[in-house]
Design a protein around this ligand. Structure first.
Ligand code: GFB
Length: 320
């Protein structure tokens, strides 16, 4: 159930992971909320170290916390470094959620991902589908850590009355994305590949897998707006999906990116790379019932993401 609106005005609000794509979008979105935004770099606070996290929270006493901090990556990175994705994300969730409760944080929003759902979940995927089937093998490690995080929020609410909630965003893209081709998600990878193919005058651009899987994409500024909406209007044990409500086949996405970038070559396929889950369209009913709607369409969003890439606002990007 949604509680009375929680006000951020005048509050100390910690954005854990403020340098990441979601964290930086949250800082942009919170600028208009009249709150004091607390940030701390990983060179000063390693969220995987429990004692450091407890000491920082006790000293800085945030009243509200957004927790997008995570080790994230695309399908290949998740499949290549399972221990890193499971351990880092498990420790971050356990340390921050427990220490936030100890420090009396009034409200916390934890970020998971729609990859927590079963590989063959009925589409669109409702929140109740969680744990009703086997996970997608390539990102099961990240998914288990994220499931633990969302369950920690529910457990601290049930046992201690902590007002901690969990949001499950769909595939995100936008400014501050990671353009390193080995670690990135599909949108930044296709933007970089199309750009480099255009600059090189190449005849074609290669995508991973068959191009038939479908994915839902949400611009990171829409995601940040939804997270603030949930912080203000939602207080309940079940997690909430955050999506755009539309999905697209990867091959069609690639053609859309090529149009945005201005590359007119052919598509080729590296079938040695995994397709991953066939479809991952989240049901947005629960969030829509709270009065939130996305506002950035995919075409417009991809154009702004390409502009950000050209301006060098991504990590691991190629020289322009
Ligand atoms: O975005 P992506 O890496 O992750 O891949 P997932 C989405 C789809 O795009 C897959 C295809 O079917 C990929 O095979 N694809 C095509 C590419 N070309 C490329 C390319 O050049 N790079 C990449 N990366 N993909 C992620 C999880 O799954 O979803 C994360 O691994 C997170 O942990 C995220 O949960 C939301 O969408 O398959």
């Amino acid at each position: 159930m949604s509680g009375a609106p929680y006000s951020l005005a005048g509050k100390r609000v910690w954005v854990a992971g403020h340098r990441g794509m979601v964290g930086s979008a949250l800082c942009r979105r919170l600028a208009g909320e009249g709150c004091e935004i607390l940030i701390v770099g990983r060179e000063r606070l390693d969220l995987r170290r429990q004692a450091e996290v407890e000491a920082w929270l006790a000293a800085n006493r945030p009243q509200a916390v957004f927790l997008p901090a995570a080790r994230v990556g695309g399908i290949l990175a998740n499949d290549t470094w399972p221990a890193d994705f499971l351990y880092d994300n498990l420790m971050i969730a356990a340390n921050v959620i427990h220490a936030a409760w100890q420090a009396g944080v009034e409200k916390l929003v934890y970020l998971g991902s729609t990859c927590v759902y079963p590989k063959f979940a009925e589409q669109p995927i409702v929140e109740e589908a969680l744990l009703r089937g086997p996970l997608e093998p390539t990102n099961q490690w990240y998914a288990v850590a994220k499931i633990a995080g969302l369950k920690l929020c529910a457990a601290y609410r049930r046992q201690h009355g902590a007002d901690f909630i969990a949001a499950m965003p769909t595939n995100l893209y936008g400014p501050g994305d990671n353009f390193d081709l080995a670690a990135s998600h599909v949108v930044p990878a296709l933007i970089r590949k199309a750009h480099e193919a255009k600059i090189a005058g190449a005849a074609s651009m290669e995508i991973w897998g068959t191009g038939t899987p479908r994915r839902e994409f949400l611009h990171v500024d829409d995601c940040a707006d939804a997270l603030v909406h949930l912080m203000r209007h939602y207080s309940d044990e079940i997690h909430v999906n955050v999506g755009s409500g539309e999905d697209i086949a990867i091959a069609d996405l690639a053609r859309l990116v090529m149009r945005v970038v201005g590359f007119k070559g052919d598509l080729t396929h590296d079938l040695s790379k995994p397709d991953g889950t066939p479809r991952k369209l989240a049901s947005g009913e629960r969030l829509a019932a709270l009065g939130w709607r996305p506002s950035i369409g995919l075409g417009e969003g991809l154009a702004s993401a390409y502009d950000a890439f050209l301006a060098g606002e991504g990590r691991g990007r190629a020289p322009a």
